[in-house]
Design a protein around this ligand. Structure first.
Ligand code: ZN
Length: 464
């Protein structure tokens, strides 16, 4: 394939170009550096794309680009496939700086890995798509319609992505499938194809029972203890077998298809490996669910933290005046963040009516809910699966693992709303990329295999 030969000659150059992009410290809250990265990308993309645009938003800009097919078969009965790639060019702050072995924005290769902030999350991964598209376009082999969207605020929750998309909604209308390369590959080091991600809702509860912390001897038995009171509330939300007791919580949970269940079984996840890896001796959450279902197909009701009083070296013998509880609910397909929030607050309202004690506690409670992401899931049975699998196998020299639902949440729902088309995640970073941590890195081989995968994918999509 001409495009692969071209890539082989350009390999070093692509690495240098990626380094140039990485040297721009586009930390998500640093508007100036983010803008510089957006400008760099716009200029770079103009070199090969038919259309490039920066979409300004209330936050950071979004960059879009488009390449029209160069070869259209006259006999082709249908229009060429349109693929949309998504990536994000903002990065996490590099702190703590003293933990880095080389400066975070001065990329360095050691033992086959590029070390730099943002190399895996996400510059190296989306740049692999750009390098692939360029290799195909420069050799005039493009048989598909290619679109690219680069988010500048993913690390802040993509708050303005919807705004950007709505300004250019026509750009997204003819998309047939969406491919995102982000996150690490499966911990087994196999190339990975993911069909979706869990969603999330977070809820914070603050209970203030009194004016101040008081001596637990002097006022014990008088001032109510907020820790006991939040425990009382939390106990109404989950039974001892790990089931969430909020009315309707499981109503919309999807039924995984045969293919999805088979894919998870094929992963051969060994319960003992989890026990060893996590240092646990038993599993949490719903006791009646098999491990494969708990891994991907069931929602979770998690307490991510409780804060009150002080312990250990700061311990004081007091009755604290307040308690904080933070809950995160991981959603699976068909569950909607707004509905789940509503069910949670319906539960609270019901408690108030149920008895006076709950009512008194809840009158001193305040609630907040900030994060929410929809779950996303693409059926494995669709014909794209085979094309994607084959491309990854050619790119990596190994069959990919098929993961129905990945753990992390991505802004996929915004893209889904605009396109209503299947979405796939193909991580091009190896499992120990250390994204968000010091010494973030991307293996050079994984970067190159990613470029090859995208090249093969563009060829696959150009075929009937
Ligand atoms: Zn990230």
């Amino acid at each position: 394939m001409k495009e692969l030969d071209y890539f082989a000659k350009q390999k070093e150059q692509y690495l240098d170009d990626l380094f140039e992009l990485i040297r721009i410290p586009s930390i998500t809250r640093d508007q100036k550096a983010v803008q510089e990265a957006a400008n760099w990308l716009e200029k770079r993309l103009k070199d090969s794309a038919d259309f490039v645009k920066q979409i300004p938003t209330q936050g950071n800009p979004v960059v879009i680009a488009e390449w029209k097919p160069q070869i259209i078969e006259i006999s082709a009965s249908k229009a060429p496939t349109t693929i949309l790639f998504y990536g994000h060019y903002d990065v996490q702050p590099p702190d703590p700086l003293d933990k880095w072995h080389s400066p975070p924005f001065e990329p360095e290769i050691r033992e086959g890995r590029i070390f730099a902030r943002g190399v895996g999350d996400n510059k190296g991964q989306f740049f692999a798509h750009i390098a692939a598209i360029e290799s195909v376009v420069k050799t005039e082999q493009l048989r598909t319609h290619v679109k690219l969207i680069l988010d500048g605020e993913e690390e802040l929750g993509s708050a303005h992505l919807d705004e950007a998309i709505s300004k250019e909604i026509d750009f997204f209308r003819d998309v047939d499938l969406v491919v995102v390369s982000d996150g690490p590959a499966d911990p087994t080091w196999k190339p990975t194809l993911e069909f979706g991600a869990r969603g999330i809702v977070t809820i914070q509860l603050h209970l203030q029972t009194a004016k101040g912390d008081v001596h637990s001897g002097n006022f014990g038995g008088i001032q109510p203890n907020p820790v006991w009171d939040v425990i009382t509330l939390l106990k109404t939300m989950r039974d001892d077998s790990g089931k969430c007791l909020i009315d309707g919580f499981y109503d919309d949970v999807f039924t995984p298809s045969e293919a999805a269940i088979k894919a998870v079984k094929n992963l051969n996840r060994d319960p003992e490996v989890y026990k060893e890896q996590l240092g646990i001796s038993y599993f949490g959450e719903e006791q009646d669910q098999p491990l494969v279902h708990k891994l991907m197909f069931r929602p979770t009701f998690n307490i991510r933290g409780i804060g009150s009083g002080s312990v250990k070296e700061k311990a004081r013998t007091v009755i604290p005046k307040e308690a904080y509880v933070e809950i995160d609910i991981r959603l699976v397909p068909n569950q909607e963040p707004e509905k789940i929030k509503q069910l949670f607050f319906n539960h609270i309202d019901r408690l108030k009516e149920e008895n006076d004690q709950y009512k008194k506690i809840l009158e001193r409670c305040s609630f907040r809910s900030e994060t929410s992401f929809y779950p996303m899931f693409t059926p494995i049975e669709l014909p794209w699966t085979e094309k994607l699998e084959r491309s990854i196998q050619n790119g990596y020299g190994e069959k990919p693992l098929l993961i129905p639902l990945a753990g992390g949440s991505l802004p996929l729902y915004s893209l889904y709303k605009a396109t209503e088309k299947p979405m796939y995640i193909i991580p091009y970073a190896q499992p120990d990329e250390d994204n968000h941590a010091p010494n973030e890195n991307l293996m050079v081989d994984w970067f190159y295999n990613g470029i090859k995968t995208s090249i093969y994918l563009l060829a696959e999509l150009g075929r009937d």
